[in-house]
Design a protein around this ligand. Structure first.
Ligand code: PLP
Length: 369
């Protein structure tokens, strides 16, 4: 990325001189790499955005705007109960404003959507199905190919938020019948604040309205000077993720299983949220019955874990994702999410098992006093 902050500082929109051409070449190379990574037929199907939140907003709001028909009532969107807020809150806002009708399909205990619930929810009014590729809290991987095939057979557009899945498990827009896909750089060790939206151009052609008016960049859909260093960084991160995925996934699965075995051996009444069969390699979500996650995190401050709850100091809302999997409020509040990464070691996993097990034992003991 560094040269594009300094000596190669051209603006890709400047078509009149070599500095511009150089930056433009870097952007187009990145676009082609991202397209090939996700199995897109053409690089022009990739639009760079400020991240997956923007991509999903652009996809959902855009499809609704082009497909909505007030005469026939075509305005129905289907999504799942465990989507990231960038999808769920967008859909709910459209519903609240009376622009869309919404069906939120449930998930099973393993955090997966049953494609049959989507089939049952589709009506002639349905314009879009938006189901994430893999979940950010419990790591469940969704049956994308089945959902894609179903949407295709019903003539409904299919959007997926693939932020968590890309680089960890295979996602291929052609093979999986995906029409729109949101991705983000920072979940694959790329820079923050850059992402992309895949927009299918053929079979079927997806038409989105202008998202942002201005200088006409990104096929006129999203005007604004492109973030060249970010785009270059995204493409390099994708290249590395693609190259490492196979070996890295196996390494992460071994570490994750070691973490789970360690915790479940040391502690009673621990629950792994979501199933193991269709789970992202680097994710482990554990409910420590009788131990509050917020207190646990304060006790092991040197370990960077997160709670399965959206918390501020006064008010801890149990996670909607965990509740959708059937956890009680108390179980959701007693859940920690572990994310293993490219540089996590066995020693660190063993350290975490020790520290967290000790903290849980102490906390359970103290709360019985
Ligand atoms: N979707 C999922 C599943 C996520 O985990 C995140 C987290 O950052 C996002 C969307 C939002 O992506 P961004 O921060 O790039 O907007």
């Amino acid at each position: 990325m560094k040269p594009y902050f300094m000596e190669r500082f051209g603006n890709p929109s400047a078509k009149q001189h070599s500095f511009g051409w150089d930056a433009d070449a870097a952007v187009e190379k990145a676009r082609a790499e991202i397209a090939s990574w996700i199995g897109a037929a053409n690089p022009s199907e990739i639009i760079f955005t400020g991240g997956a939140t923007e991509s999903s907003n652009m996809a959902i709001r855009g499809i609704l705007e082009t497909e909505r028909d007030t005469n026939t009532g075509r305005n129905h969107i289907i999504t799942s109960a465990i989507e990231h807020k960038s999808v769920l809150a967008t859909c709910r806002e459209l519903e609240r404003k009376g622009l869309a009708t919404l069906t939120v399909v449930p998930v099973a205990k393993d955090g997966r959507v049953d494609p049959e619930t989507i089939r049952a929810a589709i009506t002639p009014q349905t314009v879009l199905v938006s189901i994430m590729a893999a979940n950010h809290e419990v790591g469940s991987i969704q049956p994308l190919a089945q959902i894609g095939q179903l949407c295709k057979s019903q003539g409904v557009f299919f959007h997926t938020d693939a932020v968590q899945a890309l680089g960890k498990t295979l996602v291929h827009v052609q093979e999986m019948g995906i029409d729109l896909l949101s991705l983000s750089a920072h979940k694959i060790y790329g820079p923050k604040g850059i992402g992309a939206l895949y927009i299918r151009r053929k079979d079927p052609r997806v038409i989105l309205p202008t998202w942002c008016c201005g200088g006409g960049q990104e096929r006129g859909l999203r005007s604004g000077t492109l973030n060249v260093p970010g785009i270059v960084g995204l493409a390099v991160a994708a290249r590395i993720a693609q190259r490492e995925m196979k070996s890295e996934s196996m390494r992460l699965i071994t570490l994750r299983d070691r973490l789970w075995k360690g915790l479940s051996k040391r502690l009673d009444n621990v629950l792994c949220n979501g199933g193991m069969a269709h789970r992202l390699p680097h994710n482990l979500s554990v409910c420590f019955e009788g131990a509050r996650a917020d207190t646990l995190m304060m006790m092991v401050k040197e370990i960077a874990v997160s709670a399965g709850s959206a918390c501020n100091s006064e008010n801890i809302e149990p996670s909607g994702v965990l509740k959708a999997l059937g956890l009680t409020d108390m179980q959701a509040r007693s859940t920690l999410r572990f994310g293993l990464g490219r540089w996590t070691t066995e020693t660190e996993v063993d350290y975490a098992v020790d520290k967290i097990s000790d903290a849980v034992v102490r906390l359970r003991h103290d709360s019985h006093d």
